[in-house]
Design a protein around this ligand. Structure first.
Ligand SMILES: Nc1ncnc2c1ncn2[C@@H]1O[C@H](COP(=O)(O)OP(=O)(O)OP(=O)(O)O)[C@@H](O)[C@H]1O
Length: 959
């Protein structure tokens, strides 16, 4: 007998290694879990199951993080350049700007986190734990924070894995591990008692099938597991570099989630990130080009040397919207705090608020979101369409044994309704095996043994089409049964089909073949009432200019009827299979780096060791070298390779994470006027979202179930309603904590409000800065002296920046709230170029006025008069621009004094009053002759008229 090879040290020391018994002994626990007293003692010793670092990053850390912003980083570098050439004044002002920007940003983030933390506790998760207390051993829900090593927990679809666990029993379990590995497809897990111990792999332990980790979510199936590690010792904590997590074992660096555990986005970026990045990088290129350009032009045309470097640096600083990170954080944080306070909406990722404002298509799941998901059985009928209580009884027997054998933490809504309607059933049979409902197969299976019979009964229930696939009736009979189902569905009921088969009793598990060749027994119809606020919410969304699409796993006719009941005209309802049929013909959604091939209408794909195949519209997948096929008729225990249907799966989902890749492999045809896509698998929902994003829409997804998780992650902004499963809430960017769906309308408006303010800030700052810089460059070439001293440029910049902070408190006009408000970099850059040139013209007009002023042609030679006049004019034009270029405001609305009005007034006052003061003198300025003020008034009046005319023209064109 061969001797087993010794375990690699790092694996042997893992707390989850060994047989079940060894693991339970090591943790000093048993299959029935801990007693209450043991759990309390361990909680005191191990501490709460919370990752400390996720609570509060320190102030210093937050502030330094501000330097990661590209503008702040460039400013910082310019400060260093100034210091290097001993231009201490310039360096000091720039570094002060950097410090102020970092501190303001850190304080904004801190405030936002604090208000969010309080609200997040409202939606904090719970875990189902087996504990032995005074009332015996009962599964109970406890807050995740109270879990301790040695606890035995139950996991079901939609649950988040609350700690690092070793599986003791599992049925059809697949988990999403994207937060840990970036892998978006669900990974199969099994409860092997003596797992093969692979050599340690680069990916770490995540590939090991018998372990599940905090931060992953259950996609399908159920499990019982023992907790190995909690809190700071979990692998998720290791992702945050927490020291305890790595103590005593090899350290596997995880893929670090971008914005903390709260962020569902492990790849790709949101619409907001894209826009801000697009705009930022164009500006940064300009900033970096400015100093060498100024130096070269000065040298070539005016024979100036390196002494102009501080001026060149100051001009580059003048172009920078250094307050951008501060304004963005303040606008979003204020908006999020107000939403939380007034409408119980929790924004988990601040930029999602902007994306909400930009959403022009909202995809909504039906069951549990637009309906209450409290189904009640209204009818059970046989295959001929006659009432038949036996159909209900068999379905309830299946539900009962699925619940018992799969050890689900709770029955799903349809099973619960079956059990309630059928009363006490099931105990007269013995359960043999069960596979809980899987939204990809759309089937649930239970196998039972009747009293004294030598046969087993296989009970399969699920969506009508999928149950029929297992029955294989004659085509005419199939068409008749589908027509019967469609007739029932027209009344708006949800349908579940039932099929059974007698099989010879046998000791081992049933094979996939046992699920095929079934006898169709009938249908069960459920009523599921619309959510009380759904109709109003849909009406509000339409009024906000948002197109709503309903993506559901349900029957097309049921979906259409539900839609009409909610006041939405469904038009032609399409199924996902029909929608993606073209895409499959065209070719697969190949995963990045994967190999993909189409052979005779079949899609054969191999990605990172995953082999996947589509045959006759079915997507067959086997993972990690194990070839397993999903044939007509799935196994009672779904195959280890997981599953995917209709060509969705990994390729489509990987694409879904990136806007750039969104359209690839999904077929170019947009959704057109389709309002309802029915019979969607979880991956289909994500593919629809990806297709819409690929077509240039900003897409929101509102969903509550485990079958919505891929779409929530694929959307620009994922929204989970109250009552959503943990995995959906975790994957969402926004959670509605109250039952009221109309809160979405408020959230969208808040998003537009914040985006409107950010857009106003960017327009005003950038057009004004660009104008100033252009004018300064030109004047610098025309004049024998610098048009402004570096210190004057920086002080002017500082005053303007301070005034701009008022944008965080402004109210954009109603026009800005009426339609989706995205930052579109191209349109934006066009806008600022146009208005920037206009601003430069005004500056140069001032220059002309100074040249032709009554003091004669010498006036421009008087440097301090020139500097003072230009300083005053600059601040006055900036104040004007602040008032006239606000988003969505007409002139009349713009006149209302608000924070912005006061800030503009303060800016103008500084512009007028600073030059004659001692500080002005220290900066090299002087009192302006009265006549100049008169001339300046004329220039400003003309500039205001030109601004208004240009803006009216611009808005007419946009319409
Ligand atoms: N517990 C269950 N057992 C058997 N079949 C089920 C069960 N739950 C749902 N089904 C069947 O599978 C179909 C699809 O269910 P799925 O959960 O994917 O979507 P849904 O809940 O109907 O809709 P939505 O996607 O809007 O939430 C249902 O219409 C029903 O026929």
């Amino acid at each position: 007998m061969p001797t087993p090879s010794p375990r690699p040290a790092s694996v042997a020391s893992e707390p989850g290694s060994g047989t079940h018994l060894q693991v339970l002994r090591r943790l000093d626990t048993g299959l029935r879990g801990l007693t209450d007293a043991e759990a309390a003692a361990r909680l005191a010793e191990a501490g709460e199951n919370v990752i400390p670092e996720l609570r509060t990053p320190s102030w210093a850390r937050r502030s330094v993080r501000g330097l990661r912003d590209p503008f702040t980083a460039v400013l910082f570098c310019l400060g260093l350049v100034s210091a290097a050439v001993a231009s201490w004044g310039t360096a000091a002002v720039i570094l002060a700007l950097v410090a102020v920007s970092c501190v303001l940003r850190a304080s904004g983030e801190h405030r936002a986190d604090r208000s969010m933390a309080a609200l997040r506790s409202l939606v904090a998760g719970t875990a189902t734990v087996l504990r032995r207390g005074e009332r015996g051993q009962t599964p109970r829900e406890i807050p995740v924070a109270e879990l301790v090593p040695g606890d035995v927990i139950r996991l079901g679809p939609g649950d988040l894995v609350p700690a690092d666990v070793r599986l003791l029993r599992a049925r059809g379990l697949t988990v999403h591990q994207a937060a840990l590995t970036g892998e978006t497809a669900p990974v199969p897990k099994t409860a092997t008692d003596t797992p093969d111990l692979p050599a340690p792999r680069a990916e770490g332990p995540f590939t090991e099938p018998h372990l599940c980790f905090q931060g992953s979510g259950v996609a399908t199936g159920s499990a019982t597991a023992v907790v190995l590690e909690t809190g700071a010792r979990t692998r998720l904590a290791a992702a945050y570099g927490h020291p305890q997590a790595t103590a005593g074992r090899s350290r596997h660096r995880l893929r670090r989630p971008a914005a903390g555990i709260a962020s569902p986005r492990t790849a790709g970026s949101s619409a907001f990130d894209d826009s801000v990045h697009g705009i930022s990088w164009v500006l940064i290129r300009f900033m970096l080009l400015t100093p060498p350009l100024v130096l070269m032009a000065g040298a070539a045309l005016r024979g100036r040397g390196l002494e102009t470097l501080p001026f060149a640096v100051a001009v580059a600083v003048g172009l920078t919207p250094e307050m951008l990170p501060v304004i963005v954080t303040s606008c979003l944080a204020r908006g999020a705090a107000r939403l939380a306070r007034e409408h119980d909406v929790i924004v988990k990722r601040l930029p999602a608020l902007h994306d909400l404002g930009a959403v022009d298509v909202l995809c909504v799941d039906k069951t549990g979101t637009l309906t209450e998901d409290r189904p009640v059985v209204v009818r059970s009928l046989d295959a001929a369409g006659h009432d038949d209580p036996d159909v209900l009884r068999w379905a309830a027997v299946g539900a009962w044994w699925t619940l018992q054998l799969a050890e689900l933490p709770a029955p799903d809504a349809l099973d619960e309704a079956l059990l309630e309607a059928a009363g006490a059933v099931g105990e007269e049979y013995d359960g043999v095996g069960a596979a809980p409902f899987d939204p990809v197969r759309r089937l649930a299976t239970a196998v039972v043994r009747g009293p004294g019979l030598g046969t087993h009964t296989v009970i399969v229930k699920g969506a009508v089409e999928d149950v029929l696939e297992q029955c294989r009736p004659e085509p005419a009979e199939r068409a008749r049964l589908l027509a019967l189902a469609a007739r029932e569905a027209e009344t708006g009921v949800r349908l579940l089909a039932l099929a059974t088969a007698e099989r010879p009793a046998r000791p081992r598990d049933h094979a996939p073949a046992d699920e095929s060749g079934l006898t169709f027994r009938g249908l069960i119809a459920f009523h599921d009432a619309p959510a009380p606020t759904a109709t109003e919410a849909l009406r509000t969304l339409a009024a906000l200019g948002i197109t709503v699409k309903i993506l559901t796993g349900d029957h097309p006719t049921t979906a259409a009827r539900a839609c009409r009941d909610l006041g939405v005209e469904p038009g032609e309802v399409r199924t996902a299979a029909d929608l993606f049929a073209g895409a499959e013909q065209d070719g697969p959604g190949a995963a990045t780096g994967g190999h993909a091939e189409v052979r005779g209408g079949r899609h054969v794909q191999a990605c990172e060791g995953v082999h996947a195949e589509v045959r006759g519209g079915r997507h067959v997948q086997a993972c990690e070298g194990v070839h397993a096929e999903v044939r007509e008729g799935c196994g009672v225990e779904p195959p280890a390779g997981g599953h995917a249907r209709g060509g969705g799966g990994r390729g489509a989902e990987a694409n879904a994470n990136s806007r750039a890749e969104a359209g690839r492999g999904l077929g170019a045809a947009p959704l057109g006027g389709t309002v309802v896509v029915a019979r969607c698998t979880p991956e289909d929902k994500a593919r629809v979202v990806a297709r819409l994003r690929g077509a240039g829409h900003t897409v929101g997804f509102l969903g509550d179930g485990v079958n919505d998780v891929p779409a929530l992650r694929a959307a620009d902004v994922g929204i989970a309603p109250r009552g959503a499963v943990d995995a959906a809430r975790e994957s969402a960017d926004v959670v509605l904590a109250a039952k009221d769906l109309t809160a979405i309308g408020h959230a969208v408006t808040a998003g537009r409000h914040s985006s409107g303010n950010i857009a106003s800030y960017l327009r005003v700052t950038l057009s004004s800065n660009l104008g100033n810089v252009l004018a300064m460059l030109l004047a610098g070439l025309l004049l024998p002296f610098l048009p402004m001293l570096p210190a004057q440029v920086l002080v002017q910049n500082l005053c303007f920046d301070a005034a701009q902070l008022a944008f965080a408190y402004d109210h954009p006009g109603p026009a800005a709230l009426r339609r989706p408000a995205g930052l579109r970099p191209r349109a934006f850059l066009r806008f600022i170029t146009g208005f920037g040139v206009l601003n430069a013209v005004a500056d140069l007009a001032t220059f002309g006025v100074l040249a032709l002023s009554p003091r004669g042609p010498d006036a421009v030679d008087d440097q301090s008069v020139f500097h003072s006049a230009w300083f005053t004019e600059n601040l006055l034009t900036q104040a004007l621009v602040m008032l006239l270029l606000r988003t969505g405001r007409s002139l009349a609305e713009g006149r209302a004094p608000g924070p912005l009005g006061w800030a503009a007034a303060a800016l103008a006052t500084v512009g007028l009053l600073l030059p004659p003061t001692p500080l002005g003198a220290a900066l090299g300025m002087t009192t302006l002759p009265a006549a100049y003020h008169l001339l300046l008034t004329v220039v400003l009046g003309l500039y205001a008229l030109a601004l208004l005319a240009a803006r009216a023209w611009y808005e007419r064109r946009r319409r």
